[in-house]
Ligand binder design. Structure first.
Ligand code: NDP
Ligand code: 2IT
Length: 453
C-alpha cells in the first residue's frame, strides 16, 4: 500500500476510534504527513506496522481525584497519565493542571513528547499527565491537598526506572514539592521519581531556566545557519509563565530586545524591553495577572484580550523580528501569521507545545518565514530533567554552569539533527519534517529491535 494511503487510513482510524480528541488528531496529522519521505525510502516501517503501533498509547491511566477544599467540601477532578511510548527509555513528561485538560490534550502532549524526547539524544520515552483541576484562586493549602490526593493514585504507576513526571502549565516548584512529599510518605522511599525538584532535595540547577534558555539557544543556532543572529532583534514573546520568563531573561543576555509578554487576560507591549524584575515579582512571587504590571510600569501598553474578539492575538500584531509563542496550544492563528509576515518577522520559534494552528503553520512554511517546531525548540526542559535524573542516580549535584553548558550542547545537537535530516530528505531548513523524521526514526528502529511488545 502506498505510504500516503496508509497515513490516511491511520488518521481515519484515529478520528473513528478517538472522537472529540481534536488536539491529538492535529498532532498526529502533522507528524504522520511529514513522515512520508521516510516511509517511501525505508519500507520496514510499513511492513512492521509501526504507524498502527506508535499512534496507540502503551497505557492510559484515568482516575478520580477527591480533595477537600477550604470550606470542608469534597471536590472531584479527573487525573490522567498517558504512558505513550517506552521504546527508548522510561516514560518521561510533564503534568499539566488546567481546567481545559481532557484526554485529547493529554494524548497530544504525550505523543509530541515521544519525538521530542527522542530528539534530545537521551534515553527517555514519552508520557504526559495532569488534571482538569484549576489552580487559579485556590489557596496554598488547597493546592497541597489536591497534589497529595493526585499522588495517592499516581504513585502506583511511576518510578525512577518506570515513569518520571515533571511540571508543565500550572505545575511548578511548589506543586512538585507537594507531590514529592506525598510519594515519600506513601512509599517510604526518597527517590528521583519527579524532576523539577527543589535544589535542597535533589533538584538540578538550571532546570527552572532550561526550557526558556534552550528555546533561545535553538533560535540562535537557526539564525546563525543563515548568517543572522538574535543580537539587536525585537522579539515578541507570549505567555508569562516559566517558559516565557526565562526566554525573556536569555534574550536579554543574547543582546535581543524582548518587547512583549502575555497571559490569558491580556498582552503587555513595551517597546524598549520588558521589565524582567517586575515581571518575576508579579508572576513568580505574587501569581498575579499582567494587569498589575501595567500599573507598576507606566511605559508599557496593556492590551486586554477583549480587543480581539475574532480570535487574533494582540501579541502577534506587534511589529517584531522573531516570535516566541510560549503560552499554550493553538495560540498563533492564520490571522496572526499573516500579521507577522506583514510586519517582517523572520522566525517563529515555538517555546510552547503546538502553539501554531495548522493553517498558520501552512502559511508560515509557504511564505518563507523560518519555523522551529516546539518538539525541537522547547526540548531543553525535558533534556535538563534527564540531567536531573543522571545527577540523582549518581548522587551528584552539578554547578549551574555545568548544566547550562550541557544544555547549550544538547540544543545545538537537536538543531543539527533536525537540520541535517531536512537536508537528507531534500527540504533544507524545513525543521518540521527534519525533527519529525529524526525523532520518529530512532523510536521506530527501537520498536523493531524489541519485537512485538
Ligand atoms: P506556566 O503555567 O508557567 O505558564 C503558562 C502561561 O501561558 C501563563 O502566562 C498562562 O496565562 C498562559 N496560558 C496558559 N493557558 C492559556 C490559555 N488557554 N490561553 C491563554 N494563555 C494561557 O506554564 P509553562 O510556562 O511551563 O508552559 C508554557 C508552554 O510551554 C506550554 O505549552 C507547555 O506545555 C510548554 N512547555 C513547558 C515546559 C516546561 O518545562 N515548563 C517544557 C516544554 C514545553 P494565565 O496565567 O493567565 O493562565
Ligand atoms: O513539555 C515538556 O517537555 C515538559 N513539560 C517538560 C517535561 C519534563 O519531563 O521535564
Amino acid at each position: 500500500m502506498p505510504s500516503s494511503q496508509k497515513i490516511e487510513e491511520i488518521l481515519t482510524c484515529i478520528k473513528d476510534c478517538s472522537p472529540g480528541q481534536d488536539e491529538f488528531y492535529q498532532a498526529a496529522q502533522e507528524v504522520l504527513a511529514s513522515l512520508k519521505p521516510l516511509l517511501d525510502s525505508d519500507k520496514r516501517y510499513l511492513e512492521e506496522n509501526i504507524l498502527e503501533r506508535i499512534i496507540v498509547p502503551e497505557r492510559t491511566i484515568i482516575f478520580r481525584v477527591n480533595w477537600v477544599d477550604d470550606a470542608g467540601k469534597i471536590q472531584t477532578n479527573l487525573g490522567y497519565r498517558v504512558q505513550f511510548n517506552s521504546a527508548i527509555g522510561p516514560y518521561k513528561g510533564g503534568l499539566r493542571f488546567h481546567p481545559t485538560v481532557t484526554l485529547g490534550t493529554m494524548k497530544f502532549l504525550a505523543f509530541e513528547q515521544i519525538f521530542k524526547n527522542s530528539l534530545t539524544g537521551l534515553p527517555i520515552g514519552g508520557a504526559k499527565g495532569g488534571s482538569n483541576f484549576n489552580p487559579k484562586g485556590k489557596s496554598d493549602n488547597e493546592i497541597m491537598r489536591f497534589c497529595q490526593a493526585l499522588m495517592s493514585e499516581l504513585y502506583k504507576h511511576i518510578g525512577k526506572h518506570r515513569d518520571i513526571p515533571a511540571g508543565d502549565i500550572g505545575v511548578g516548584a511548589r506543586e512538585i514539592g507537594y507531590l514529592f512529599g506525598q510519594y515519600k510518605k506513601l512509599t517510604g522511599e526518597f527517590e528521583g521519581i519527579l524532576t523539577g525538584k527543589g535544589l535542597n532535595w535533589g533538584g538540578s540547577r538550571a532546570r527552572k531556566e532550561a526550557t526558556g534558555y534552550g528555546s533561545v539557544y535553538f533560535a540562535e543556532n537557526f539564525l546563525n545557519k543563515y548568517g543572522k543572529s538574535l543580537k539587536g532583534k525585537k522579539c515578541a514573546v507570549s505567555g508569562s509563565g516559566n517558559v516565557a520568563i526565562y526566554t525573556i531573561e536569555k534574550l536579554y543576555e543574547m543582546g535581543a530586545i524582548p518587547i512583549s509578554c502575555s497571559d490569558s487576560k491580556g498582552t503587555i507591549y513595551q517597546e524598549d524591553g520588558i521589565d524582567l524584575k517586575a515581571l518575576k515579582v508579579i508572576k513568580e512571587i505574587h501569581h498575579e495577572s499582567l494587569e498589575k504590571y501595567a500599573t507598576v510600569d507606566c511605559k508599557c501598553e496593556y492590551i486586554p484580550v477583549s480587543k480581539y474578539p475574532e480570535g487574533g492575538h494582540a501579541v502577534w500584531h506587534i511589529p517584531c523580528d522573531v516570535a516566541f509563542p510560549s503560552a499554550t496550544q493553538n495560540e498563533l492563528t492564520l490571522m496572526d501569521a499573516k500579521k507577522l509576515k506583514e510586519n517582517g518577522c523572520i522566525l517563529v520559534n515555538e517555546g510552547a507545545n503546538m502553539p501554531t494552528t495548522p493553517e498558520a503553520l501552512k502559511f508560515i512554511r509557504e511564505n518563507g518565514i523560518l519555523f522551529s517546531p516546539g518538539k525541537a525548540a522547547n526540548a531543553g526542559g525535558v533534556a535538563t530533567s534527564q540531567l536531573e535524573m543522571s545527577q540523582n542516580a549518581s548522587m551528584a549535584q552539578w554547578s549551574f554552569e555545568e548544566v547550562d553548558i550541557k544544555l547549550r550542547t544538547i540544543m545545538q545537537n537537536i538543531f543539527k539533527t533536525a537540520y541535517d535530516t531536512s537536508v537528507e530528505f531534500d527540504c533544507e531548513g524545513d525543521l518540521v519534517t527534519g525533527a519529525n523524521i529524526a525523532g520518529f526514526r530512532k523510536v521506530a528502529d527501537s520498536m523493531i529491535d524489541q519485537g512485538s511488545i
